[in-house]
Design a protein around this ligand. Structure first.
Ligand code: NAD
Ligand code: UD1
Length: 349
């Protein structure tokens, strides 16, 4: 297989980034990763190289750098011809964004604006952007359809909303931009090899990393936030998606971006279209891991919606993409990663 275009993957050392880089390399793309390692470690990219083998590893290069720093971007773009960008780099902790909004506006907004300035200067106007289901806020109806009115519930969500609008404006002003906005629902799971996975710093905020750390004995019990929701078992419902399905979604979006000049600026949901409750997720994880997870029923978490899941029709119709994996496979691969790497990429501190 000959090599294809060279893709800049910002934030490519992170959770979704590493899984996507593996699929890009396997698909024949050349990949330049730019990451400041704020929420990642270089060992993750070593694992990517190990997974794809020495030959495809030659198509991967890593640049330690920050999208907030124009010099870092200039250096990369002036030395390397980049054909498109998959832009993952950003901060994503909702609670932290409420406590420290400027950190989020600086990193996510200023960083992305810098990136787009340099992309435009070097005439690299093809972009896949990491958006989030957070732009639906607490939806009035489910499933969430791409043309719903968008809302932001917190500073993190506001950065995603603004960045979607900025992308629309860029395209309106200059039709050479081709932009695909991917709205992820709840990414979980890990590479099927057990070599790559999510490795959050500190106490996890999100459900699956928390469950994982309880299962490996790093945390004593899971707090189940809310058991009086109007759902069959009283716990909240979300659309969990396997990170490998998400990675494949990026590859198909990129292929479309490279092939078609009539993309415009368009948003797609990446979810499974199926909802799973917190208690169903606990049960599924217990089944694959053989571990009993101690739980504590707690009050609802502020700002949480009862049920959120995606309409996947548009992605199926226009990208030809559909999630392949269900909850059992997500839990299986999450457990494989966690049981092989209970302390993530690093050994026990
Ligand atoms: P992650 O934290 O694992 O990856 C983000 C990467 O970006 C990290 O490697 C981090 O070091 C890097 N980074 C952060 N700021 C940077 C900067 N200024 N310059 C260079 N690199 C920088 O997170 P993830 O889960 O892989 O998420 C990737 C993207 O997807 C983010 O934009 C996130 O907001 C979005 N997203 C994630 C989820 C989720 O639940 N994981 C859901 C919806 C959207
Ligand atoms: C969170 C983010 C959202 C982001 C999404 C992507 C918040 C408020 N929202 O969504 O912006 O787009 O991740 O993945 O953080 N839960 C527990 N116990 C826990 C952790 C979570 O019961 O220890 C429950 C939550 O109350 C929720 C469900 O599990 O009902 C999922 O929570 P989480 O994994 O944090 O994702 P979201 O809140 O859906």
């Amino acid at each position: 297989m000959g090599t294809k275009e060279r893709i800049l993957v910002s934030g490519g050392a992170g959770f979704i980034g590493t899984h996507t880089v593996v699929q890009l390399l396997k698909d024949g793309f050349k990949v330049s990763v730019l990451d400041n390692l704020d929420n990642a470690v270089q060992e993750a990219l070593d694992k990517v190289r190990e997974l794809v083998g020495p030959q495809l590893s030659n198509n991967l290069d890593f640049h330690l750098g920050d999208i907030r720093n124009l010099d870092d971007l200039e250096k990369l773009f002036s030395q390397t011809k980049l054909d498109a960008v998959i832009h993952f780099a950003g901060l994503k902790a909702v609670g932290e964004s409420v406590a420290n909004p400027m950190r989020y506006f600086d990193n996510n907004l200023v960083g992305s604006i810098n990136l787009y300035k340099v992309m435009a200067k070097y005439n690299c106007k093809k972009l896949v952007f990491s958006s989030s289901a957070t732009v639906y806020g607490q939806p009035d109806r489910i499933p969430c359809v791409e043309d719903f009115e968008l809302k932001a519930m917190n500073p993190y969500g506001r950065t995603k909303l603004f960045l979607e609008e900025i992308a629309q404006d860029l395209h309106k002003a200059d039709q050479k931009w081709r932009i695909i906005l991917l709205r992820y629902f709840n990414p979980i799971g890990a590479h099927e090899s057990g070599m790559l996975g999510e490795d959050p710093r500190g106490i996890p905020n999100n459900l699956m990393p928390y469950i994982t750390q309880v299962a490996v004995g790093r945390l004593p019990e899971l707090n189940v936030y809310g058991h009086d929701y109007p759902t069959p078992d009283g716990s909240a419902i979300r659309d969990y998606i396997h990170v490998m399905d998400l990675a494949d979604g990026h590859v198909v979006a990129l292929e479309k971006l490279l092939q078609r000049n009539d993309i415009g600026c368009v948003a797609y949901n990446l979810g499974t279209g199926r909802g799973t409750s917190v208690l169903e997720m606990v049960a599924a994880f217990e089944k694959v891991s053989g571990k009993k997870l101690p739980i504590k029923l707690c009050p609802r978490r502020a700002g949480d919606a009862t049920a959120v899941y995606a309409s996947t029709d548009k992605a199926e119709r226009e990208l030809g993409w559909k999630a392949k994996y269900g909850i059992d496979e997500m839990c299986r691969d999450q457990w494989k990663w966690a049981s092989q790497n209970p302390w993530g990429y690093q050994s026990k501190p």
